[in-house]
Design a protein around this ligand. Structure first.
Ligand code: HEC
Ligand code: HEC
Length: 506
């Protein structure tokens, strides 16, 4: 059965690829012919690694922040925001940090949390607007990970018509009792759904030049189930909260540029795949860009989904007050909610939701460091030569028609194609999400990656935080990423160090 689904998805990827090829000349509808020529010239891959490229340091264009590098470096507003817009950003910041409480509470504008939830605030997972962490890599320490959540799905079946699938509120088929996500917390009087347990097995990888690396292979299970047995065929998709920087710019990359990345003649036979998902507001099929499998089309929709699934709060887009409670959890559906008629019909009314979206789309990407350093430039050359750029596509000029002024017509360097790729069996979760299958993940943007630990000293990499170093992250690449990974294994120790220096300069 699984094989059939994969074949169908592969066929649709193919269709999407040929469709993109056919529409490529139409391409950017926001540019004049002269502009288009300039854009093509400036975004063409460089061949000169003797010095930094023009504007390379400003990796998010005019939105790049040049603030002093410290633990707050991911929390700055787009540098080109007006004073008025900065004030909206600040209100959004307050909402992103705010701890929600269960209803009814004396602080009526902050209640409605749950009944089931994973965390009380956005910030609890997106640590200082950076990525979350997975405590407890030491097998003796119990992993008490808030920022690492477990998506739940069952294989495709007659349930394909699930009411939450059609409006795009969810992109996978939920477990009938536990829903789309394991909530490891609940309000007083209600059992939590369960507790995630992770067992790590060390795997040693030998590298050229006498070096080696130890990868920690995770296995997930769920203990203390609060609502009876889970379906036997439930698949678990572990997902660690990614960093929040540059998201509005990623939303402003022209769709034609992303579809052009699908490619058919790339080295190593790499073909990307677009994840077509539902826009919850319009009901239309649109390009997915956000989340670890590109299962959400916009930052606003993902932020509303986070309120719903991660914190159990209703928004105009997803108006149920009970988040991920299912019909099989009747006690959950009977708990009080926090909607206040005088504020609106939802726990998080439209106005507040807009502030959160302004915030989430305007966290600035920091300036690059050491772009002219000889070792960094050597590492950059290796990044191109190893064909990392087939997926981690360096640069774009964003659309002139972007929704927010800050994001229009900027030269940006996110190092992603915004597409999903088969990354091999070791990274596979077996869970499909929109049109991405159980082996596919979205190429994550690499901008800011060198400051990950400046912001959160405990942060780790990849979709479930299994990689404790950038080198480990590269060594986990399998599937379409295997040839590039093998080139890194074959590098001399000095070359590998240069490649990492380049990543650290991003
Ligand atoms: C329980 C932890 C948790 C909480 C709380 C949380 N998030 Fe997230 N967030 C995640 C995870 C995990 C992902 C990736 C999800 C996926 O791939 O499906 C994510 C993804 C995102 C993304 C997409 C980022 C990208 O690079 O594609 C946005 C935007 C986002 N969250 C916003 C928010 C907002 C706004 C809130 C508060 C309303 C919030 N999140 C609360 C864990 C959390
Ligand atoms: C086939 C496409 C592809 C190629 C080629 C590729 N990557 Fe990746 N890369 C990905 C995807 C997809 C992920 C996310 C995988 C996951 O989270 O499980 C990723 C993750 C990463 C990460 C971790 C990012 C994070 O935020 O956790 C780093 C670092 C990275 N790649 C560097 C490289 C380098 C260096 C090369 C070249 C040696 C390379 N990649 C080649 C697709 C690719």
């Amino acid at each position: 059965m699984k094989r059939v689904i994969v074949a169908v998805l592969a066929a649709s990827a193919h269709a999407a690829a040929s469709c993109a090829a056919a529409s490529a000349p139409a391409g950017r509808d926001d540019l004049s012919a002269a502009d288009l020529e300039r854009v093509r010239a400036i975004t063409a891959p460089t061949r000169d690694f003797s010095k930094a490229e023009a504007f390379e340091t400003m990796q998010a264009g005019a939105a790049t922040t040049n603030k002093l590098i410290n633990a707050d470096i991911f929390s700055q507003p787009s540098a080109n925001m007006s004073f008025e817009r900065r004030q909206e950003f600040q209100v959004g910041n307050g909402l992103f940090r705010k701890d929600w409480v269960s209803a009814p509470a004396s602080t009526q504008a902050s209640d409605g949390l749950g009944p089931l939830f994973n965390a009380r605030s956005c910030q609890a997972c997106h640590t200082k607007d950076g990525r979350g962490s997975v405590p407890g890599f030491d097998p003796l320490e119990r992993p008490d990970a808030v920022a690492l959540l477990l998506r739940l799905a069952v294989p495709e079946g007659p349930d394909r018509g699930h009411p939450r699938l059609a409006p795009g509120e969810i992109a996978l088929l939920p477990e009938p009792v536990y829903g789309v996500q394991l909530q490891n917390f609940a309000v007083a009087g209600l059992p939590a759904e369960g507790r995630m347990e992770i067992d790590y097995t060390p795997v040693t990888v030998r590298l050229n030049g006498g070096e080696s690396a130890t990868l920690m292979k995770p296995a997930y299970r769920i203990d203390n189930l609060g609502y009876g047995p889970m379906r036997k065929d439930t698949q678990i998709s572990p997902r660690l909260a990614p960093p929040m920087i540059g998201l509005g710019l990623l939303e402003s990359i022209h769709e034609a540029d992303i579809l052009a990345n699908i490619g058919a003649d790339k080295r190593d036979g790499i073909v990307g795949k677009a994840n077509w998902v539902t826009d919850a507001r319009t009901g239309q099929r649109v390009l997915g860009r956000f989340n670890l499998k590109a299962g959400q089309p916009t930052v606003a929709q993902q932020s509303a989904a986070a309120f719903s699934n991660d914190m159990g709060l209703s928004t105009p887009l997803f108006p149920k007050h009970y988040g991920d409670c299912t019909a099989a959890q009747p006690q959950c559906l009977q708990m009080p909610h926090g909607a206040q008629p005088r504020f609106g019909a939802e726990e998080v009314p439209a106005k507040l939701m807009d502030f959160v979206t302004t915030y989430s789309t305007n966290l600035a990407v920091p300036q690059r460091r050491d772009t002219d350093d000889a070792r960094v430039l050597a590492g950059k050359k290796l990044f191109y030569e190893a064909n990392c750029v087939a997926c981690h596509v360096p640069k774009y000029v964003t659309s002139r028609n972007a929704r927010q002024a800050e994001h229009r017509f900027q030269l940006i360097w996110p190092y992603t194609d915004m597409l999903v790729h088969d990354m091999g069996e070791d990274l596979a979760d077996g869970v499909s999400d929109g049109s991405a299958n159980g082996r596919e993940w979205r190429t994550p943007p690499l901008w800011g990656i060198g400051l990950t630990r400046t912001v959160n000293p405990n942060a780790t990499w990849l979709h479930d935080g299994r990689a404790r170093t950038l080198l480990e992250a590269v060594l986990w690449h399998g599937g379409a990423g295997q040839p590039a990974r093998d080139r890194v294994v074959a590098m001399t120790p000095e070359e590998r160090a240069d490649l990492i220096r380049f990543l650290e300069s991003l």
